[in-house]
Design a binder for this molecule. Structure first.
Ligand SMILES: *Cc1c(COP(=O)(O)O)cnc(C)c1O
Length: 440
């Protein structure tokens, strides 16, 4: 610790970083400490965390109250197994999540990251039908979907850059349109839109509905697949169609949960209640890995039996880790006491204003936003997509100006912790404009 040359060279020698081509990537930025919206590098630079450290940090780094909650819990109980044992932070957090979740979700199954919260939802919905005497071996997911990097979650993924490589390994799922309005999958314009893109989902459900265990979606915003923001009518139609055709709806709110879209959960935009809801990322305010899959009472009831084998025999070593649960509870308290959702509403106004200016820039094909998320899609390159050649250069240009951003290919987005102040947000947009002006 503190030996800069030492630990950075150890990183180069021994660490394999995520989502990184290790041969060509520039050296990783050495972060020594952080406070509020800023990361501090070892060589004394200050970077504005414009992507909330991969969409997890919402109250800012090094928050005194989250620190205290963590310290207090660590001094009582760091971890204990969660089968046959329980503890106060998990019980209180489950109750608090149910209180805030869309009405009807009443049971909480804990795990430890977003991908596992999705695996849990997929396995639960599959076994739900099994326990009721039906075999349903299909899931329906959307083009551009991202539900995590484990094999089950990749099976319902729809981003070629991440998933095509592994196609042979994955359980083939049915895929339907995503409402990518800029390039409408059914050739409509905004003026003529009747959400016909949901028609394919309806066809799939009509043909194979009896074999479909669940439809899985990222409600309102498809994140890693390109920050695609939905018309709310699409969300309502998905709920209506799954209900009409008698299948389950999984809402993967791993990214959208905890205020990012302006509501506590994106399902509230409908509002709809899914049958299962996956949470992780901002659950602990960006402090610790923790996840939860919430389900309705009928789904839970289908696992009750005198037969132990009909239970959900799934778990993880760190299921419901007490440190994570304690910090998550404090994070939820901050939503009330520091009025986080009001702050997100103000950020939405400010972002909308700034995006309107950026919309006219030559490099920009479209801007869009919702809540504390601002998206700027650049005109695609010939090859385009996630491996857009400009994005590594953009990342460096932003870093040089003190802003940490990580475009998804040609899709640039800004999603800072909600505690960012107006002036700081304006400065970040000034930097974005300067850098975009130099993009050809
Ligand atoms: C990030 C993400 C996941 C995966 O979460 P991890 O914690 O990275 O495994 C799943 N679903 C969505 C919508 C996500 O954005």
């Amino acid at each position: 610790m503190g030996d800069f040359g030492g630990w950075v060279s150890q990183d180069r020698k021994h660490v394999w970083h995520p989502f990184t081509q290790m041969q060509t990537a520039p050296p990783p930025v050495p972060i020594e400490r952080a406070r509020g919206i800023y990361l501090h590098t070892h060589d004394g630079r200050r970077l504005l965390d414009g992507i909330s450290s991969w969409w997890v940090n919402i109250h800012g780094h090094n928050h005194p109250r989250l620190n205290r909650a963590l310290e207090e819990q660590a001094s009582r109980l760091g971890h204990v197994l969660f089968a046959g044992c329980t503890h106060e932070p998990a019980a209180r957090l489950a109750s608090e999540l149910v209180r805030r979740a869309p009405a009807g979700l009443s049971r909480v199954f804990f795990s430890d990251n977003g991908s596992t919260s999705v695996e849990v939802a997929l396995k639960m919905s599959y076994q739900y039908w099994k326990n009721r005497g039906e075999t349903r071996d299909l899931f329906i997911s959307l083009k551009h979907a991202y539900h995590g990097d484990t094999l089950g979650a990749m099976g319902v993924g729809g981003v070629d850059a991440f998933h095509a490589q592994f196609a042979d390994l994955l359980v083939q799922q049915l895929q339907t349109h995503s409402p990518t309005c800029r390039t409408c999958p059914v050739g409509q314009t905004r003026a003529t839109c009747r959400i016909e893109c949901s028609g394919r989902l309806e066809d799939l459900l009509r043909e194979s509905g009896h074999r479909v265990a669940a439809v899985i979606v990222e409600p309102m915003v498809q994140g890693a697949g390109g920050m695609i923001i939905w018309p709310v009518e699409f969300l309502n139609l998905v709920r209506e169609l799954t209900r009409r055709h008698g299948t389950l709806l999984i809402a993967d709110e791993v990214f959208t949960g905890f205020g990012r879209t302006g509501k506590m959960f994106a399902c509230e935009h409908g509002p709809v209640t899914p049958d299962l809801m996956c949470l992780s990322k901002a659950l602990t305010g960006g402090y610790l890995p923790l996840a939860a899959t919430l389900v309705t009472e009928p789904l839970y009831q289908a696992f009750l039996s005198e037969d132990r084998g009909r239970g959900f025999l799934h778990g993880h070593s760190y299921t419901a880790n007490p440190l994570g649960c304690a910090v998550a509870l404090e994070s939820l308290a901050l939503f009330d006491q520091e009025r986080r959702l009001e702050r997100v509403a103000r950020l939405e106004e400010l972002f909308t204003e700034r995006l309107a200016r950026i919309a006219g820039m030559p490099a920009v094909a479209e801007v869009r936003g919702i809540g504390a998320l601002a998206v700027m899609e650049l005109h695609p390159e010939r090859e385009g997509g996630y491996l857009d050649s400009r994005s590594p250069r953009l990342i460096q240009a932003f870093l040089e100006k003190g802003l940490l951003l990580r475009p998804l290919g040609n899709v640039l987005y800004f999603l800072p912790p909600y505690v960012i102040e107006d002036g700081e947000a304006h400065r970040a947009f000034d930097v974005i404009e300067e850098v975009l002006a130099s993009v050809v």
